[in-house]
Design a protein around this ligand. Sequence first.
Ligand code: MTE
Length: 312
Amino acid sequence: MLIRNAGQIRSSEITPKSVYLNRRHFMAGSVAALSMGSAGVASAAKLDLVPSAFSTDEALTPKEAATTYNNFYEFGTRKEDPANRSSEFTTTPWSVKIDGLVDRPADYALEDLMSPHQLEERIYRLRCVEGWSMVIPWAGVSLSKILELAGPQSGAKYVAFETVVRPDEMPGQRGFGQALDWPYVEGLRLDEAMHPLTLMANGMYGEELPNQNGAPLRLVVPWKYGFKSIKSIVRITLTEKEPPTTWNIANPREYGFYSNVNPQVDHPRWSQATERPIGGGLGAGRKDTLMFNGYADEVASLYAGMDLKVNY
Ligand code: MTE
């Protein structure tokens, strides 16, 4: 990703150095876990899940890797910052304001959004625009079920999402040289949001989400680059107009609204043709990135007739 303060860009965010960095982050996480019981391994409530037909059967990323190599700039821009700096973050009670073009605008308690539904375990890939990928067993429900509770109105064409702002609990939101404008915001077209693959996740690896992965509620849009998957959501607004999105605000030349995983459209500063699986061990090399992250059969029709080089 590109952050506003160019001096803060790290080579790890531009040029993947697979094995070396991989091991370093993994070891950093393990040492932190041993010495102070880091948030990465805190005991979390087990979730009651049913399997999903949408799951990939690829090998899972080790949980330690998925919970210590994160992008969550509210806690800092280094990959290990979210695991190391999110233990003060409180997620109960939690409510989500759903407003805009809906029949039942309200502050919905987290329980009222998630408990009416049977939670599914969905094994999805997460492909980051930085060129790395993971395979994660998420837990949650289709976002469409959440939106239906609020009742989208006929004029609604887009869905805007907003992350919590809590500088006292989120060190990346205080002090000088902050990386992004807060709140972190993202958006989807309504048909993308209503697609059954679009997941509202409250867990991973069979347990509630750790703070660094977006507790207590985050989006997972498996055919889009990871930055679309906004974390710690407090507001969902249905709108008529395309909403602003954080990475587009930060760098419009490099990050567009659509952000579909597309090996044919390079990031202006690096190729998107291949990816580096995180936590794959010494033998795991780069692999080819698939169009729509492998979900072309399910979602390509959403973009029929659109030039994806223009709508990147
Ligand atoms: N959401 C918020 N609020 N803040 C962030 O910095 N980073 C995004 C996305 N959601 C981000 C966010 C990016 S760049 C990625 S790749 C994914 O979260 C990473 O999710 P993970 O840490 O669970 O792997």
